[in-house]
Design a binder for this molecule. Sequence first.
Ligand SMILES: Nc1ncnc2c1ncn2[C@@H]1O[C@H](COP(=O)(O)OP(=O)(O)OP(=O)(O)O)[C@@H](O)[C@H]1O
Ligand SMILES: [Mg+2]
Length: 463
Amino acid sequence: MNDRRIFGLETEYGVQHWHPEGRRLSPEEVARYLFRPVVEWGRSSNVFVENGSRLYLDVGSHPEYATAECSTIDELLASDAAGDEIMRELIAQAEERMHADGIEGSVYLYRNNADSAGSSYGSHENYLLRRRSEYRRLTEALVPFLVSRQILVGAGRVVPAGVWPEGQGQAHYAFSQRADFVQEGVSSSTTRSRPIINTRDEPHADASRYRRLHVIVGDSNLSEHTHLLRFGATDLMLRMIESGWPLGDKEMPHPTLAIRRASHDLTGTAPLQLRDGAASALELQEHYLERAHAFVERHGAHHDRVDQVLDLWEEVLEAVRSQDTSGIDTRIDWAIKLRLLEDYRARHGLDWSSPRLAQLDLAFHDLARGRGLFQVLLERGRVDRVIDPAAARRARTEPPSGTRAAVRAAFIRRARERQLAYAVDWTTMKLNEHPLHVISMKDPFDTSTTAVERLFDGVVDPA
Ligand SMILES: Nc1ncnc2c1ncn2[C@@H]1O[C@H](COP(=O)(O)OP(=O)(O)OP(=O)(O)O)[C@@H](O)[C@H]1O
Ligand SMILES: [Mg+2]
């Protein structure tokens, strides 16, 4: 069994300008300010940066950072944290320029999944698969796992009255931000129909050998442990499916209904319809965890955080089962947020319908240090970390070392040292002045920089 996989995480951010009296800029205007320095050095609002990751502004107003290809979860956590840092730097520069233009107020940056206008934006996971795996079977087998996974790794949401059950229902707290926006199970469209898995076949690699699985159902997570569980458990699921490990026949005929039911039921016990019978989110996850334990016992752990993933998986299920989240409320997003809101609710005697709670929910996702509520908990040591903060700081400029991202970063560094314009995507790189010398990187595990050296030492600076 090949033990290595590529992971990547794409995060779309929400931005908002706030001014107590003056005119507030629209999110589109804010995004344009944010990307001005990017356009100045990269000549585009779609660039690859020095750590090998992609930074861009699509149509609309949600800046996106896509981590470089990572071959371990630790690399992924670091590369992802670097994205938040880059966005903070862009915010600081944008505010300076705005103030220079006479526009007062502050820019808020949110790592969440819905704005006040009711539109949703994503947190997309990417997993490398071998082409030979039966893709259709794999995605079908993954859907019930992904539908129930939100009880592990949802980011938590204050739900206003009238949302669930649809058109009615009291205000309450739910596991997931994204669940109510999901419109399909497995489909090739991302924006129009918002599926759980997007099947558009863009492997960003040798298409005869690889596929890229694009999971777009996840919430934007904040805590490193929640990311660890999200990627660690999903990777274990993929390994089990790829190796034909028996997972039982858990086909889910109505995933969009099931995902809503599971999200709005904090007990984890609401029955979700399967093709044969029904199972709750808790039962489904207990089943997958039992299978994963047996799988790891048979095949051994394939990386050094497998035991931690399995333990955390069990701890979260135990918390849901016992309705006691005190064991996970420093590690799992929905539980961290729930504790904060419950404390506030108790102190002020508030009902879930209070607008104060919806504001705190939003403030939880504010990325500003010293202001965003999750950031403050982190700074006060009330949230546990997985990686050394120094590793996250290094990842701002350094690529993950085990993938072609290292080659891309070497190319970008040398091009920028010489102030040469370049064009890069996930699999190719070239200098605009030397359009015939395209470097192709079809194998995401290839870390050889020979072609980059040949280009710069042989073509750009021949001896
Ligand atoms: N071969 C691969 N297998 C798995 N993940 C990959 C592979 N190549 C790149 N990735 C990761 O996939 C993500 C691609 O991000 P990007 O935003 O470009 O996604 P996209 O789906 O191609 O495009 P868009 O968001 O514009 O629709 C990155 O996080 C990257 O690290
Ligand atoms: Mg993207």
